[in-house]
Design a protein around this ligand. Structure first.
Ligand code: SAM
Length: 197
């Protein structure tokens, strides 16, 4: 695809995303729970049902997965969760000023195992810095993966990041995701802001 065409698609997606975020502006008045890469929405549908007073936002880049996720919450009559088709970095760059993230779940993100593909991993220093800018003071980031090398890299990154630190806290809510049910084992890390505003 020519670069101009790719740029035009990205610009159009960004503008759609901003419009969708603006349309939901009333939902962002209080702390927001975000799930990045929600897949078919098993976790977020259960989480939102169990936390009806929380505003929840779940994103993924795959339209069909989001449609299935939306059907789950529609069937359950949930009104406190919004599913958006969005790429994580684009979302964070375009979050409304008033939106404060309280809990962020990153569950079984693509591990990009080959070294030359590590740059595609979600857990990168720059992304974590940008995320921190939109967090409430007591925000927590919950990361879980079945890929041991990715876990080690992410835990080391969070442990040495200027904005984040790992904390010894329990996982707040259990609902197996599709990838979790397939995983023979997994590891979890909870992180807090290093210098809450
Ligand atoms: C390995 S699957 C895990 C799905 C789900 N969390 C689970 O545990 O079953 C990773 C998900 O992240 C989504 N994804 C990958 N890169 C993403 C990105 N940059 N922004 C948002 N979602 C992304 C994929 O479409 C996919 O649904």
């Amino acid at each position: 695809m020519p670069i101009e065409q790719a740029q035009a698609i990205a610009a159009s997606r960004e503008s759609d995303l901003c419009a969708q975020l603006a349309a939901q502006a009333g939902d962002w008045a209080g702390p927001v729970t975000l799930e990045i890469g929600c897949g078919h929405g098993h976790f977020m549908a259960a989480y939102a049902a169990a936390h009806r007073a929380e505003r929840c936002l779940a994103i993924d880049i795959m339209r069909d997965r989001l449609e299935r996720a939306q059907r789950k919450t529609d069937r359950a009559g949930l009104t406190n969760v919004v599913f958006l088709r969005a790429e994580a970095r684009m979302l964070v760059e375009n979050l409304p000023e008033n939106l404060r993230l309280d809990r962020i779940f990153v569950l079984f993100p693509d591990p990009w195992p080959k070294r030359r593909h590590h740059k595609n991993r979600l857990m990168q220093a720059g992304f974590l810095s940008a995320l921190a800018q939109h967090c409430a003071p007591d925000a927590r980031l919950f990361f879980r993966t079945d890929h041991a090398p990715y876990f080690a890299a992410a835990a080391a990154l969070l442990g040495s990041h200027p904005d984040w630190r790992c904390v010894d806290e329990p996982w707040p809510f259990e609902q197996p995701t599709v990838f979790q049910t397939r995983a023979p084992a997994f590891q979890s890390c909870v992180a807090a802001l290093r210098h809450p505003a």
